[in-house]
Design a protein around this ligand. Sequence first.
Ligand SMILES: NC(=O)C1=CN([C@@H]2O[C@H](COP(=O)(O)OP(=O)(O)OC[C@H]3O[C@@H](n4cnc5c(N)ncnc54)[C@H](O)[C@@H]3O)[C@@H](O)[C@H]2O)C=CC1
Ligand SMILES: O=C([O-])CC(=O)C(=O)O
Length: 327
Amino acid sequence: MKKPVRVAVTGAAGQIGYALLFRIASGEMLGKDQPVILQMLELPLDKAQAALKGVMMELEDCAFPLLAGMVGTDDPRVAFKDADVALLVGARPRGPGMERKDLLLENAKIFTEQGKALNDVASRNVKVLVVGNPANTNAYIAMKSAPDLPAKNFTAMLRLDHNRALSQLAIKAGVQVADIDRLIVWGNHSPTMYPDYRFATVANASLKDKINDADWNANDFIPKVGKRGAAIIEARGLSSAASAANAAIDHVRDWLLGSNGKWVTMGIPSDGSYGIPKDVLYGFPVTTQGGEYTMIRDLPIDDFSRERMDKTLAELEEERAGVAHLL
Ligand SMILES: NC(=O)C1=CN([C@@H]2O[C@H](COP(=O)(O)OP(=O)(O)OC[C@H]3O[C@@H](n4cnc5c(N)ncnc54)[C@H](O)[C@@H]3O)[C@@H](O)[C@H]2O)C=CC1
Ligand SMILES: O=C([O-])CC(=O)C(=O)O
């Protein structure tokens, strides 16, 4: 029997938590032979803690053979103690009359505190995925608040955008999702993101040549992927949850177990590549192996792409400036 992996999940009683925890406990994230200990954080409010208790009762009722232990808490230092993986899902949602700036500042407080707690008590090689919005900037704040941990271990979730783009491309080209490789989503997890299939292949042929529709790319595909989150809210009255949990599982599974040469998108701190300033948490194409990711470098960037990559960068720089005084 392998040694259990400690997985911390914040916002554990929320929508995404409910779609995520059961799949982690069943082995879909770390493998069907890998025991896990779930360390779940919720707000110190009676309602949130009661809901968390209910989720833990249901986890118990599943009798998952791989679930080696559970902790439910309102204290980040308990939730992150010795954590090998931390999924930071809980965040402050936008309230009535709240400006984007207020939302940033409220979340900055949460992610400063959680970054510090990770710095103090998590495994020295903890792999962090930030899902809670604004995900890139929250990940940046947590990274800056954890100076003793490797900066490269702080990532933001662009995988839902990547998966959304994959499905739209497969529908348009009449091909299977599984046959598409080399897709990228550059930038921020926001409508400014740039899904880019210039290098994408399907069965080793160019997907762009197969689609051959620049107007669809600019006026249909890019805005549709960018605004998909809003379209789900409009349709469901609630934001994406099962698909977000699924993307979180894909992100961590590929990071830890490898992408087998496939390109995947991760929000990672820039090393200065592609003119993205160092440390900006930006969606980049990577391959993964043995718990490490490697950025795909030196891809040619045309004018159309440069303009979009700079626009999403400008938004991230603005978010970063808005919280700079707290870091
Ligand atoms: N990066 C991405 O692709 C996506 C990100 N999201 C974001 O994920 C976040 C969670 O979404 P849902 O689960 O639908 O929201 P939700 O509101 O259903 O659940 C969030 C949970 O987090 C808890 N929480 C809030 N602050 C916390 C804190 N400081 N510590 C611990 N727990 C805390 C709340 O009590 C709540 O139970 C939101 O910020 C949402 O915008 C959602 C979909 C996709
Ligand atoms: O827009 C939201 O609140 C949820 C989200 O990030 C998405 O679905 O991409």
